[in-house]
Design a protein around this ligand. Structure first.
Ligand code: HEC
Length: 239
């Protein structure tokens, strides 16, 4: 055989061997978890991922069916454990938001267990039977109700220290791409209330952050904003 053909033959044989072994490996993936796509994972993805990971969504990667999600299993675990997904630009621990889509620690543990256990489509036990626990998963975050326009007023303010007063319901930062902003209020009694800390902002997808509990800013309160880059902020108050 000519050296070139010989090399080609080796390459082709190698490619076959690789695909043969990877096929075998996936066919022999040991399923070591009872967590399944049908029962636990799919409801979580419907509630927290499908908004972007479906056709026409913000992401080009659809994750609404088992067949779509399975090849991404390793990456899904990574994204969920590091909390890069679902995307949310408010830093954790600063403010508490009714529309925060983040997974609960329990949901994260379910996703990780599902991937580590071989990412099965259904659990052998009780095939096709939906457990009652599904409803308990992914209820937070989707339950909030945005108040009607008529009952609110919105003020657009520059990002600098200034007086504010009212019952604050939500903040909508207007930052440049990748911008960040720390938003707080100083109350007349000297207390500081952190409202939100927004990082790595994406102006293509403006987000309103609805406070889980309205913040009452009595007269004499001041808005304090630390930001990088150009910045304005919409504050939504109860009328
Ligand atoms: C607000 C929109 C949004 C939500 C909600 C969301 N994602 Fe994403 N996700 C994206 C975007 C945008 C990308 C970037 C890739 C692209 O352009 O498709 C991405 C990428 C990914 C990737 C690929 C990462 C890589 O390896 O490149 C995975 C996996 C993923 N998301 C999983 C999830 C899961 C799981 C959820 C739900 C728990 C979720 N995402 C929720 C917008 C979203």
């Amino acid at each position: 055989m000519k050296p070139f053909l010989k090399a080609l033959a080796i390459c082709v044989a190698g490619a076959f061997a690789v695909s043969y072994f990877t096929m075998r490996a996936s066919a022999h993936d040991r399923i070591t978890t009872k967590v399944s796509w049908d029962r636990e994972i799919s409801p979580i993805f419907q509630a927290r991922c499908a908004g972007c990971h479906a056709s026409g969504g913000r992401s080009t990667i659809p994750l609404t069916t088992y067949q779509q999600a399975r090849p991404w299993a390793a990456s899904i675990k990574e994204e969920v454990l590091t909390r890069r997904m679902p995307t949310w630009h408010a830093a954790r621990g600063y403010g508490d938001f009714a529309n925060d889509p983040s997974l609960s620690p329990f949901e994260i543990a379910l996703v990780a267990a599902w991937v580590d256990g071989g990412a099965p489509e259904r659990s052998d036990k009780g095939k096709g039977v939906r457990s009652d626990s599904v409803g308990a998963v992914s209820s937070a975050g989707s339950a909030y109700v945005v108040p009607r326009r008529k009952t609110t007023r919105t003020a657009t303010l520059p990002c600098e220290e200034q007086p504010v007063a009212g019952r604050l319901l939500a903040v909508t930062p207007r930052l440049e791409k990748g911008g960040s902003s720390g938003i707080a209020a100083r109350l007349p009694d000297g207390r500081h209330e952190i409202i939100a800390w927004i990082r790595n902002y994406d102006p293509d997808y403006p987000t309103t952050y609805w406070l889980r509990r309205p913040l009452v800013l009595t007269r004499g309160s001041r808005l304090v904003v630390e930001s990088r880059g150009t910045c304005a902020i919409d504050l939504t108050f109860a009328r």
